[in-house]
Design a protein around this ligand. Structure first.
Ligand code: GDD
Ligand code: MG
Length: 395
């Protein structure tokens, strides 16, 4: 593929945050002589480079009661060499949706000669492994893994670790276009190929997010992301003294990390997860607060934001859902030790305006799931590995 070279990189402490890079063309052909590296600000990412990274990557698909057709489409869009890991929190009573997902996945894998893993978020064996490893922050009062997208993501990344993958990407199960999923993963690979540090992250920005209102309208910005980005940028500006618009992917559900980075980050519960990743990176490696990982600080963190060619179309889950997502997102900034009184006040005003908070209320604290590195991850991994056959869709 052809992709814009990073035009500008903002640096905070040891974080290198690249401005958005647009995919110029989805394919760059087999000829290797065009263009010279960096010519006219465009980079060619060779097909074999993409394949090389796909082979080292697991794609985690968190799913909760999505339409089966959408889920199947998403799986079919994941490049063949990636390991698919489905973490489901779908219902099991009455209609066993988890079973339906497993059957659909099995059929696809059977016909395409690929292996995949599928686990239910409420599997007692996973909760038991987490408990033994001291992973209390992942567990709810009932002793099982808590509800939430991010909780599913953490299980997925642990399984990717069990499968010895070096990269882990996340793709939502309610994407309408399999072709877009294919592109997300190729963009993950392209980003990783440009990283200098073993600690890297790639976040997807879609070209358009169409809405159906009368006709089809190709909207550029979702409401939540626009507001989250603004406040994340304000957080940075308040520390550097220079206004910035570098953050454009605060809520990127589709994103990926090197395993090295994924295992040292804490994760905010539910939908707060994506903005919290950035907030945590700024806190730990932004050079303002003391770091607990001086080694990582030395290597730096590379963050890429890649704008797709494909539009993004997913299920619409209503106004209440959007208000809640915004509340979760801005709470992560509000409760950061980096946040000043001014930043906090602006967040409260915004949340009241968006009817996510009532006058006089404060954003609720964010539940944090500690980083896998903080628990006895060796024990956790070996326990999950013992059960691995149970999670494989094909014998
Ligand atoms: N395993 C698991 N457990 N998966 C879940 C859970 C859960 O408790 N809750 C939701 N999911 C799955 C959904 O089935 C979907 O595949 C994905 O997580 C995203 O959830 P949605 O409910 O569809 O969220 P959204 O579409 O409103 O928001 C998405 O995009 C935002 C950016 O626009 C999410 O990815 C957000 O995290 C993201 O910020
Ligand atoms: Mg969705």
């Amino acid at each position: 593929m052809f992709i814009e070279s990073p035009r500008y990189t903002e640096r905070f402490g040891s974080v290198r945050m690249n401005h958005v890079q647009t995919v110029v063309s989805l394919d760059s052909g087999a000829k290797s002589d065009l263009p010279p590296p960096g010519a006219m600000g465009v980079i060619k990412i060779a097909e074999e480079t993409i394949k090389d990274f796909e082979n080292k990557m697991a794609i985690v698909i968190p799913v909760k009661d999505e339409k089966l057709k959408l889920f199947e489409g998403v799986v079919s869009g994941v490049p063949h060499d990636c390991l698919v890991i489905v973490v489901s929190n779908s219902q099991r009573e009455k209609v066993d949706r988890f079973r339906m997902e497993g059957d659909a996945l099995k059929q696809l894998c059977h016909f395409t000669f690929r292996q995949a893993l599928i686990a239910h978020q409420k599997d007692p064996a996973i909760a038991e492994a987490a408990m033994e490893a001291g992973y209390d922050s992942l567990l709810g009062e009932d002793g099982l893994v808590r509800d939430g997208k991010s909780e599913g993501m953490v299980i997925g990344l642990l399984m990717a670790k069990v499968a010895d993958k070096e990269y882990v990407g996340f793709v939502d199960a309610d994407n309408y276009f399999p072709g877009a999923v294919l592109e997300y993963v190729r963009n993950f690979a392209a980003g990783f190929s440009l990283a200098q540090s073993p600690y890297s992250m790639v976040r997807i920005l879609w070209h358009y997010k169409p809405k159906i209102s009368g006709g089809l309208y190709f909207r550029k910005w979702g409401r939540t992301s626009e507001i989250t980005n603004k406040h994340l940028n304000d957080l940075i500006s308040s520390k550097t003294g220079f206004e910035t618009e570098v953050v454009r992917t605060g809520n990127a559900g589709e994103h990926a990390m090197s395993m090295n980075l994924a295992e040292i980050l804490p994760y905010a519960s539910g939908y707060a997860v994506e903005p919290q990743e950035l907030v945590s990176i700024f806190e730990s490696f932004g050079g303002i607060l003391p770091t607990k990982e001086p080694k990582v600080m030395g290597q730096g963190i590379d963050i890429f934001q890649i704008e797709t060619r494909n539009p993004h179309l997913h299920e619409e889950k209503g106004e209440e859902h959007v208000r809640n997502m915004l509340l979760c997102s801005l709470s992560t900034i509000y409760h950061s030790p980096l946040s000043s009184e001014e930043i906090k006040q602006a967040i409260v005003t915004e949340l009241v305006r968006q009817q996510s908070l009532k006058e006089g209320e404060e954003p609720p604290p964010v539940h944090m799931i500690c980083s896998p590195k903080k628990v006895d991850s060796k024990k956790l991994i070996s326990k999950l590995r013992e059960d691995l056959d149970k999670y494989r869709v094909l014998p």
